[in-house]
Design a protein around this ligand. Sequence first.
Ligand SMILES: N[C@@H](CCC(=O)N[C@@H](CS)C(=O)NCC(=O)O)C(=O)O
Length: 210
Amino acid sequence: MKLYTVPLAPNPTRVTLYLAERRAQGADIPVEPVVVNTLKGRHREPEHLARNSFGTLPVLELDSGAYVTESLSIIDYFEAAFPAACLLPSDPEPLAYARNIERTLEMRVTHDLAAWVHATKSPLGYEANAEHAAALVARMQPGFDYAETLLADGRAFLTGSDPSIADCTLAAFFQFMRYTGLDLIAEREQLCRWDTGYRSRPEVEDCFLM
Ligand SMILES: N[C@@H](CCC(=O)N[C@@H](CS)C(=O)NCC(=O)O)C(=O)O
């Protein structure tokens, strides 16, 4: 399998973090990373558009030649194809809990956080828009409140005592935020604690550029 990816970009990074977590638990997932240089626009070239007509990353190329083009679907594929020591719980209630937190953070924080980065200091060269960026910051606050409340019991990870896909997602987007040089969570005590603790773990620290 090949994983078309690019460092720093949040959706590819969450898959990279997921793979690091699985490998830390002993999973042997044979996947070769292939960097598609988005700064040079390679993701818009025919070679990559043939893999994913939307031109986004990550893309997983299966040994069959099929492509999986959504980061969470790639994670779902790895969970199903390499089921020993999965990151998602197998019992329905903890599974729903982990999925619910991850989906909530994606819908209420990370979509807007990515848009905010592009409206503030886009690595892809999109035009800055201060008004739009401010509106996005306001819209993310309930999602930050939600995460802050979850973490208020001192838990190390978003779903409890073990890492989950929710941690992979949020940590990947917080790195993207740091790329701007601005910090939207500086006043958020629990999120700061979680963020620093999560990304300094030896299991994942090499996945982060910043
Ligand atoms: N829903 C997709 C989003 C993928 C996505 O937007 N990837 C970004 C990098 S984080 C990208 O490739 N952007 C390039 C572009 O839109 O031109 C996923 O979860 O994989």
